[in-house]
Design a protein around this ligand. Structure first.
Ligand SMILES: [Fe+2]
Ligand SMILES: [Fe+2]
Length: 187
């Protein structure tokens, strides 16, 4: 059973004055660690998304993924700009969660024939990736704001908007072409 009374249950406090509050140096450490994590994740996605494009059938899905691949490449650069803004060298740290999500996407693609059903699986895997990114960038931009790193917060906020839009686009693709085709295949 999880021990919720251990020291890891402390949360960040903007002013750092409340009991159990976090020092800004600790928040900065956490911020840097999470930045390294998302840097690895974005770089991994620049290799993973092309595989999803290759396996996708729906023209709308291919288009959405191609657009997001370009954005993802820009996001890698944007993370590098965040490192630069805080005066740190850009370092990637393996993101176990993203590695797992990419593996799952690969498993889905390995186990289906190209077509509507495979497309639905790619969308599902893609949306899990986007949700991880939305959570990461939401946290990172909040941390940056709390730390008074306005340039970093702006860059991270810009990526957050793109990730949300990519997730929304995948939902639209799922609702239009893909799901209807998948349903028709049953009959
Ligand atoms: Fe991204
Ligand atoms: Fe993304």
């Amino acid at each position: 059973m999880q021990n919720i009374t251990n020291g890891n249950s402390q949360t960040a406090n903007a002013k750092g004055t409340a009991k159990g509050g976090m020092k800004s140096s600790q928040l900065m450490q956490l911020f840097e660690d999470e930045l390294k994590d998302i840097y690895w994740a974005e770089k991994a996605l620049t290799s993973a998304i092309p595989k999803m494009i290759k396996n996708a059938t729906s023209a709308e899905l291919v288009k959405a993924l191609e657009k997001h691949l370009l954005e993802t490449k820009e996001q890698v650069t944007r993370v590098e700009q965040v490192f630069e803004a805080i005066g740190k060298k850009a370092v990637a740290k393996k993101c176990e969660a993203m590695e797992g999500l990419i593996k799952e996407a690969q498993e889905i693609m390995d186990s289906c024939e190209p077509g509507a059903m495979c497309d639905a699986g790619i969308i599902s895997a893609g949306q899990k990736v986007e949700h991880y990114e939305i959570a990461s960038y939401g946290t990172l931009s909040q941390f940056a704001s709390t730390l008074g790193l306005s340039a970093a917060a702006k860059l991270l906020g810009a990526t957050l908007v793109e990730e949300k839009a990519a997730d929304e686009k995948l939902s639209q693709v799922a609702m239009s072409a893909v799901n209807i085709e998948a349903a028709e295949k049953v009959n």
